[in-house]
Design a protein around this ligand. Structure first.
Ligand code: SME
Length: 153
């Protein structure tokens, strides 16, 4: 059994709020959010954002290895999060039909939709090198992180 250090989401949420409170630039907010999450989550290998442009997802600010730039809505874990408008928690990406392998090290993944003015504008995507990395606590904590971002953009 691999030991995963629990993320302190209360602290992470407070840090994110103060980091972005005076900022309105989307790229700056997402860049710092990805860096902060990367610094504070154990056993992840990629964290970043995809933003919808002309009806597809385009790679945004991230931390990790280079990743695929274009993802079609409805494809992969990210595109499914958009088409269903629901957070996707994938225990084993190799079992997810149509999973897009950007980083060969990834084994599990969580993707949270981001909204502005009631419409989806993109997703937060986090990959882990181990299976079953993300639980319900992570989903709730990361949905709150996304809502802090939504209130600022
Ligand atoms: N695995 C994702 C693609 C993005 S990378 O993980 C950075 C997917 O299936 O949508």
């Amino acid at each position: 059994m691999i030991d995963i250090k629990n993320t302190n989401y209360d602290l992470l949420q407070k840090q994110l709020s103060s980091l972005i409170e005076d900022e309105t630039n989307l790229i700056a907010i997402l860049s710092n959010a990805s860096a902060l999450i990367n610094d504070n989550m154990d056993k992840i290998n990629w964290v970043g954002f995809y933003l919808i442009e002309e009806n597809e997802l385009i790679l945004g600010p991230f931390q990790g290895h280079p990743a695929c730039v274009h993802i079609q809505i409805g494809k992969g874990v990210c595109g499914t999060a958009v088409s269903t408008n629901e957070t996707q928690v994938v225990k084993d990406v190799h079992q997810f039909p149509g999973h897009i392998a950007c980083d060969a090290n990834s084994n599990s993944e969580i993707v949270v939709p981001i909204h502005k003015d009631g419409k989806i504008i993109g997703v937060l995507d986090i990959d882990a090198p181990i299976k079953n990395r993300f639980n319900d606590q992570d989903r709730i904590g990361l949905e709150k992180i996304v809502s802090i971002i939504e209130n600022q953009i």
